[in-house]
Design a protein around this ligand. Structure first.
Ligand code: SF4
Length: 365
């Protein structure tokens, strides 16, 4: 009887053990599954992580490719421009031309600022050339008129060296009008274009004798009716022999007025009109002399001496010429360069040396 109850207990224990084992197995299986899942996830993550830079790189490459496609034409254009510029520079160098210097960038200037700057240039030039004067030798209005007509296409020095002999022979309009044309041509020959100039002198002398009583008229409208007399000559005579203000636009004045930014015109009458708008009438005659003085001494046509120019800070064209101070100083002319002036008889306040008379002509053997 005692053995019978023992059988179910053992069976129960075995069953229980079996159940525990089963449970454990199941748990193990779940655990294994979880581990496997975890591993798979990890593996996927790792793979994804590994793949990410590749993806990014691929994206980067695609973007770069796109950008490169976009930039290519621009690059091509830049290359083309560079090639063109280089070719131009080479051509200029081959032609012996220096490449144009780039002027420093300036702010656009208002009209008021330009007028202020222009008037300051005039004041500075007045300090620089207090002795500015017409550079033709003359003692009366007739001599000044004749000398101005002769000064076309030549230097004032050459005219000044020619006129003493001429005025010794024919000091008045009547004397000149009565001259033998060939004799007159011979006297004025050193000034060039002597045939045309002789014709003008004979015509204007006769007109002065016949229409103006042998006197030079003091009005612009009368002066310009004389043969060979234009606005420029008339203004020279009016300003310096009659004290009537006038702007004399010769080659120097026109060039400097454009460099100073007072005008953009090439035509002398337009330059005169533009400059007349900037300065009071009372300044016109002396302004003309100062500007011409500066043009002859410092601001030359081909090589302005910018590095030795006292008005450089006011000049928009600074840099058009030599900027090295030492080299620029060597370009200065007349009294500023230690050389004789143009007049044989300059005014008393002229600080330089008078010009020498013409060298005696040696007759051919
Ligand atoms: S700075 Fe140069 S361009 Fe200007 S006025 Fe002087 S010399 Fe002439």
């Amino acid at each position: 009887m005692n053995e019978t109850p023992q059988k179910p207990a053992a069976a129960t224990k075995a069953a229980a053990q079996k159940a525990v084992t089963k449970k454990a197995t199941a748990r193990k299986a779940v655990a294994t599954k979880a581990t496997a899942k975890k591993a798979t996830t990890k593996k996927t993550a790792a793979a994804a992580e590994k793949a990410a830079p590749k993806k990014a790189a691929a994206k980067k490459t695609a973007t770069a490719k796109k950008a490169a496609t976009k930039t290519a034409p621009a690059k091509k254009t830049a290359k083309k421009t560079a090639t063109k510029t280089a070719a131009k520079a080479t051509a200029e160098a081959a032609a012996g031309k220096a490449p144009a210097k780039k002027a420093p960038a300036r702010k656009p200037e208002s009209r008021v600022a330009m007028v202020r700057r222009a008037r300051r240039i005039n004041r500075e030039l007045a300090e620089l050339y207090p002795y500015a004067h017409p550079e033709l030798d003359f003692t009366n209005s007739f001599e000044l008129l004749v000398a101005t007509v002769l000064s076309a296409q030549t230097t004032d020095l050459r005219v000044n060296q020619t006129t003493p002999r001429l005025f010794a022979v024919c000091p008045t309009p009547e004397d000149m009008a009565a001259m033998d044309p060939e004799r007159l041509e011979e006297l004025i020959r050193p000034t060039g274009f002597f045939r045309a100039k002789a014709k003008s002198l004979l015509g204007l002398s006769a007109a002065l004798r016949d229409r103006f009583g042998g006197e030079v008229p003091g009005r612009l409208e009368d002066l310009v009716t004389l043969p060979g007399v234009g606005r420029k000559t008339a203004n020279v005579v009016l300003g310096n022999a009659f004290g009537v203000p006038g702007i004399t636009v010769d080659t120097h004045f026109g060039r400097l007025a454009r460099r100073f930014g007072w005008t953009t015109a090439e035509d002398a009458e337009k330059v005169e009109a533009d400059v007349a708008e900037i300065f009071p009438k009372s300044e016109w005659t002396m302004l003309s002399h100062r500007v011409v003085f500066h043009g002859r001494r410092v601001c030359h046509s081909r090589k302005p001496a910018c590095g030795a120019c006292p008005i450089a800070p006011l000049c928009p064209a600074y840099g058009e010429g030599e900027t090295d101070p030492e080299k620029a100083r060597k370009l200065l002319k007349y009294e500023l360069g230690g050389q004789p002036g143009q007049r044989l008889k300059p005014p008393a306040d002229y600080p330089g040396q008078p010009a020498p008379p013409m060298a005696p002509q040696v007759a051919a053997p």
